[in-house]
Design a protein. Structure first.
Length: 320
């Protein structure tokens, strides 16, 4: 069974939309790339007891049409022939689930077509001249990245308001996800990868780094490590950053990977920042002694030396 971690409010919405007595079996999942929008859709499908083969993901692109989604058109001896695609068959199936991925990257006519199958009539007339009716229990799930992501377009309120909206983010305890998927992974490494990716995301928000630090990328890196790659090499293959951002990634990775991990009773962990701070303090003490030696060798006055050392210790106390 596919697992998906979310807060209580999100779980309540999923329960109401897909398992309640007045549900319409349709929703919009919004969240950053790789946070698990499609995984959640499949988890819902599984929990409903529906067959795996009746789950379909349709990726919407800027030139996608409703015909592309639902019909195949061929010409034989001058005659046009139409064939129903999997999405059209599943739309009419009571056990079907269709995920329209990156829905806000598509053209307006796709939204217009989806309007007709998500309103009260739940039907659509296609270029072959036939009208098809959606099964009332067929799941229609739209997914999108947040506004601001490349390709995401602003949408008309009359389209968006047809769907209960669930805003998703990265799960705070991604180390649990890694350990459930890869039981052989060392727990402290799982924690370090989780903490490292949260630092990456913070750096991206502040610096505008052009990279995706998703749960999916984290899983790829964990798999590479288990297959024999060292963590540094795994990071370079698992995430793609510009040359300008590579130094930031390297510095953060060095800080995290050299840190100790503290585990809690529930099995989750975090970096032992106190231990790391002690290490930083020790390094600064060494630097101050080096500074003292340099001053003495250059016949600097003791007064100047004391002043500089006092400033250094104030910086240490401020950092800790």
């Amino acid at each position: 069974m596919t697992k998906y971690y979310m807060d209580e409010k999100s779980e309540a919405l999923i329960q109401a939309v897909f398992f309640g007595s007045h549900n319409k079996y349709q929703a919009l999942f919004e969240g950053p790339a790789g946070c698990g929008k499609t995984s959640l859709a499949y988890a819902v499908h599984e929990k409903q007891g529906r067959p795996k083969e009746k789950f379909l993901r349709v990726v919407i692109q800027r030139d996608t049409t409703m015909q592309d989604i639902f019909l195949d058109r061929t010409v034989e001896q001058g005659d046009i022939k139409w064939e129903e695609k999997a999405a059209l068959k599943l739309m009419q199936d009571p056990e079907g689930t269709i995920v329209f991925d990156e829905i806000f990257a598509g053209p307006p006519d796709v939204n217009v077509g989806l309007n007709s199958i998500t309103d009260n009539d739940m039907s659509i007339t296609l270029p072959n001249g036939l009208t098809y009716h959606r099964s009332p229990t067929c799941n229609i799930i739209l997914t999108t990245n947040p506004q601001g992501y490349a390709g995401v377009k602003r949408q008309h309120g009359g389209f968006i308001d047809r769907f209960p909206r669930l805003e998703l983010g990265y799960y705070p305890h991604e180390d649990k996800i890694l350990l459930e998927k890869y039981p052989d992974l060392k727990p402290d490494l799982a924690v370090k990868l989780k903490e490292l990716f949260w630092l990456f995301r913070e750096a991206k928000a502040k610096k505008g780094m052009d990279a995706e630090f998703s749960t999916r990328s984290m899983e790829i890196i964990a798999a590479l490590v288990l297959d024999g790659l060292d963590i540094t090499a795994a990071l370079s293959h698992g995430i793609k950053v510009s040359k300008d951002d590579a130094k930031t990634v390297e510095d953060l990775a060095r800080f995290v990977l050299n840190s100790k991990v503290k585990f809690y009773e529930d099995g989750t962990g975090t970096l032992e920042i106190i231990e790391q701070s002690k290490t930083i303090k020790a390094e600064l003490e060494v630097k101050i002694e080096q500074l003292k030696s340099e001053c003495e060798s250059k016949d600097k006055s003791l007064t100047d030396l004391k002043s500089r050392m006092d400033k250094a210790w104030k910086l240490i106390d401020k950092e800790l």
